[in-house]
Design a protein around this ligand. Structure first.
Ligand code: ZN
Length: 152
């Protein structure tokens, strides 16, 4: 990866880590779940609202996580708001592939957009779980899983 591109990626992650979007409570949420990553101590609670067609009409998160986890949750909520539930689920799969495969599979940059900034996380295996935790919580929320999800 070119170094200026890497720097831009880091800036986006730091920006979202420090000033997370969609942070707080969601009034009228009809799905929620909690995720925990014991390796790092990240704890994320995701609350969302879906309409009758299954579209995600609102999403917020709260909790305490490291910069990577908080930035991932921030960018995730921005990415899936307004999306159909099936699209959000396939984004979760794409994101998982992005951070766990050595090279970005073709077409993934297009489907993930800004979320592609997390490609660099694959070089830090311990951070992969920080980045994927919000997505685990999102999937659990969509499935109405009441048991907190853990990365372990
Ligand atoms: Zn973390």
């Amino acid at each position: 990866m070119e170094s200026d591109l890497r720097e831009l990626y880091q800036q986006i992650i730091l920006d979202h880590g420090r000033k997370p979007r969609n942070f707080g409570d969601l009034e009228g949420a009809n799905h929620s779940a909690e995720g925990y990553n014991p390796l790092c101590g990240d704890r994320i609670h995701v609350a969302l609202h879906t309409d009758d067609s299954g579209r995600i009409t609102g999403i917020r998160f709260k909790g305490s996580g490291c910069t990577i986890c908080t930035a991932s949750a921030s960018l995730m909520t921005a990415a899936v708001e307004g999306k159909a539930r099936s699209d959000a689920e396939s984004m979760a799969e794409d994101f998982h592939r992005l951070v766990t495969t050595d090279e970005t599979p073709q077409g993934l940059d297009d489907s993930l957009g800004k979320l592609s900034v997390f490609a660099g996380v694959r070089e830090f295996p311990l951070r992969v779980k920080c980045a994927t935790l919000p997505w685990h919580a999102l999937r659990a929320a969509l499935k109405d899983n009441d048991t907190p999800v853990s990365t372990e």
